[in-house]
Ligand binder design. Structure first.
Ligand SMILES: Nc1ncnc2c1ncn2[C@@H]1O[C@H](COP(=O)(O)OP(=O)(O)OP(=O)(O)O)[C@@H](O)[C@H]1O
Ligand SMILES: [Mg+2]
Length: 262
């Protein structure tokens, strides 16, 4: 695989997903560029998490094609790492031990010393240089999520999949984590695919927002954001206009979803 920066690192082509009688995706297509920060935005239940599960080979599509670095998910899954809404740490391992765990599974051949050096460097990058020996129960919600980010980075993935990673945090921590993830993304040059249902979050983070429709889900709209970061939505005319547009699209989606359930 080349290092061409314009190359698509992931692609969905006419993907169909069905659970029993219910069609979740009815031909979903989109691409992700190498190095991009893509936010996937959409109403609850439209299949945002499903798209990450397909990429991670945790779920198989009934039709169409999902590709990661040009490979089907069963061969491309090891180019990815996940950060979930809850950090899913092992309680009996320290922060350092948790980061090491993922590496022990994927990099059997590396020496213990090499793995530890990487884990320490990454915990340092996420701001936990003084908390490496703490157990998850001793860490705050934001700190636990930092461990999960370091763990994801530790397997040196090309793509980081984030599924509403900050939605369980308090407001201040959430804002702090958003600027942190931008710093880490710039520093590591990874591709980030970030699922959220928060319009503001998508607007401050993304290079591009992919808005999904209600089920059966299609890509409804793509919004390109080229404003420099850090972004202040209220003080930017273009961001405020994009926000109004997204909110009105969202309202329409919610109304049609309500009608369908009546
Ligand atoms: N294993 C499953 N069996 C049956 N239905 C499923 C299964 N997994 C997901 N679904 C359905 O598929 C749809 C999409 O689910 P998904 O979790 O991807 O939504 P989401 O967009 O991530 O929602 P949220 O914003 O609430 O997290 C939902 O209607 C859900 O009920
Ligand atoms: Mg979800």
């Amino acid at each position: 695989m080349g290092e061409n920066p314009t190359e698509d690192i992931a692609a969905f082509t006419d993907v169909i997903v069905e659970f029993g009688d219910e069609t979740i995706y009815d031909g979903l297509s989109f691409t992700v560029k190498r190095g991009e920060f893509l936010c996937i935005l959409g109403p609850s239940g439209c299949g945002k998490s499903t798209s990450l599960r397909l990429m991670g080979n945790l779920l198989e599509a009934q039709g169409g094609e999902v590709s990661i670095e040009g490979l089907p998910p069963e061969r491309g899954w090891n180019k990815l790492a996940y950060v979930f809404q809850s950090p899913r740490l092992v309680p009996w391992r320290s922060a350092l031990g948790n980061v090491l765990l993922g590496m022990e599974l994927r990099f059997e051949k590396q020496s213990k010393w090499e793995r530890e050096e990487t884990a320490r460097r990454l915990l340092n990058m996420v701001g936990l240089q003084n908390d490496m020996d703490k157990y998850p129960s001793m860490l705050s919600g934001g700190e636990r999520q930092r461990v999960a980010i370091a763990r994801a980075l530790s397997v040196d993935p090309n793509i980081i999949l984030m599924d509403e990673p900050f939605s369980a945090l308090d407001l201040n921590t959430r804002w702090r984590m958003r600027s942190e993830i931008i710093r880490i993304w710039k520093e590591t040059k990874k591709t980030v695919i970030f699922v959220t249902h928060d319009v503001d979050e998508a607007l401050v983070l993304a290079d591009r927002i992919l808005l999904l429709s209600n089920k059966p889900t299609k890509a409804l709209e793509t919004i390109v954001l080229d404003q420099p970061r850090p972004r202040d939505i209220e003080n930017s005319e273009s961001l405020s206009a994009q926000k109004s547009k997204l909110i009105s699209l969202f309202r329409q989606l919610e109304q049609t979803a309500d009608l369908e359930t009546v």
